[in-house]
Design a protein around this ligand. Structure first.
Ligand code: AMP
Length: 425
């Protein structure tokens, strides 16, 4: 047993899984950049105050924050999500609106680690700041939907709801509190504790004991203002026009306090644990203002990368990894031919690896086979004397002798042509 292991709730993402993560990021970037979103990279830690704006009744703030005092006596926290940092960034830099940005990176929450729930986890997401248009909500949701489609997933269900405006929500929370208080005898002890902090979150309880009380609870629908109702109806009409299937779930409240009007969640039916949400988001007004910027509405989502890939595994889709090697060089002379050829082929745009440590032909051949390369380039003493090498197609086992000077042409004929890398000389 080595002296150190990964901390609870963290994992090494090893090859080939790490390549799959990068491929997922590339799919995501392709989808959102097609809609004019640009990448932002906010810092991984911020002043704790930035995240306290997520709401003091949320678990993320009360229990799960990785906060500490740095050596300069500042109270900072590792980000538990990206939205607050992006709103802080907007308030600080005041870009022109609508500001359409996407991100990808790790978040940190001190949670009880279990399958699909980690203390360090990755998200990809988008935020748009500066527009209240309901059809923007539709654009945001549709890009999330498209992302899952492009990964090849068919197990994803979309749930939508409206939380109304601030005043609607306050009236609703009051009504919910009153209702749950009169039924508190029947609620689980955990839900009774949640009720004290945030009655909305009781709706999230999956405990069997709470089920019937929750089923009889008032729904937000009866508390929506005319404007909020009209906004939600436009969102639903937009989704209908794009033929995106969805279910209205009046129990959907989302974990953080800042949401208003539209909220949505993507769940995967391929995940059978309690952690079936692969992503979610919604509209939030007031967060930028809270962080010292001008009043600016926002809408966005975050998709959980770890869980999305677990769902892909369960469906047997998106098995992408790193691109395989084009060629593996086997040099049984002094290794200088391999050094020279590898450098030349890499400059010509091929993916090429080679063996080291002067190993035998048989040992190097084994490594070449294992590497997944399409072609082996073999240099023995005869080849070296003739400034040539043997190209062996590792799929068909066909081989031919070619001059080192004609290598790029011959390799292109086998694996396809490549774009040469830039050189400055
Ligand atoms: P949230 O904004 O908290 O709903 O997070 C959005 C998505 O991130 C969720 O739907 C999950 O897929 C993912 N997620 C959130 N927390 C975790 C965690 N602790 N571990 C893994 N994935 C998470």
């Amino acid at each position: 047993m080595p002296s150190f292991q990964t901390s609870p709730g963290t994992r090494d993402i090893l090859p080939p899984q790490a390549g799959r993560w990068r491929a997922l990021n590339a799919v995501f970037a392709g989808v959102v950049e097609s809609a004019g979103f640009e990448c932002v990279i906010p810092p991984m830690f911020e002043d704790l105050g930035v995240f306290l704006r997520l709401g003091d009744a949320t678990d993320v703030v009360t229990k799960e924050m990785y906060d500490f005092e740095d050596k300069g006596g500042r109270r900072v926290a590792l980000r538990p999500e990206h939205t607050a940092g992006i709103c802080r960034s907007f308030a600080q830099h005041r870009p022109t609106t609508p500001w359409k940005v996407w991100y990808s990176g790790s978040n940190f929450r001190y949670e009880k680690a279990q399958a699909g729930r980690y203390r360090q986890f990755d998200q990809v997401g988008i935020e748009v700041l500066g527009s209240t248009d309901a059809l923007l909500d539709v654009e945001v949701i549709s890009l999330g939907w498209r992302f899952f489609q492009e990964l090849g997933m068919s197990s994803v269900l979309l749930m939508v709801n409206s939380l109304g405006d601030l005043a609607d929500r306050e009236r609703y929370i009051d009504a919910l509190r009153a209702y749950f208080v009169t039924h508190s005898e029947s609620l689980s002890a955990e839900s009774r504790a949640t009720l004290e902090r945030n009655p909305l979150r009781v709706l999230d309880s999956k405990r069997p004991q709470d089920k019937s009380v929750i089923a009889g609870a008032p729904t937000i629908n009866d508390f929506l203002s005319d404007e909020a109702r009209e906004h939600f109806s436009l969102v639903c009409r937009g989704l209908d026009q794009l033929s995106i299937p969805y279910a209205v779930n009046t129990g959907l409240v989302r974990g953080l306090d800042y949401y208003q009007r539209t909220v949505f969640e993507f769940v995967s039916t391929a995940l059978d644990s309690a952690q079936t949400a692969v992503g979610g988001g919604g509209r939030y007004d007031g967060l930028v203002e809270d962080l010292g910027g001008p009043a600016t509405p926002g809408v966005g989502f975050a998709m959980g990368v770890d869980r999305t890939l677990l769902a892909c595994d369960a469906e047997g889709v998106f098995l992408a990894g790193d691109a395989p090697l084009d060629a593996f060089i086997i040099d049984v002379t002094d290794g200088f031919a391999a050094l020279r050829i590898a450098d030349r082929l890499r400059a010509a745009g091929f993916r090429v690896d080679r063996a080291f440590d002067g190993r035998s032909m048989k040992a190097q051949m084994k490594v070449a086979d294992r590497s997944g390369a399409q072609v082996a380039i073999i240099i023995g003493s005869d080849e070296a004397a003739a400034h040539s090498c043997t190209l062996r197609d590792l799929g068909t086992s066909e081989q031919r002798l070619v001059l080192e000077a004609d290598l790029v042409e011959n390799l292109s004929a086998l694996v396809g042509s490549r774009t040469p890398r830039r050189t400055t000389s």
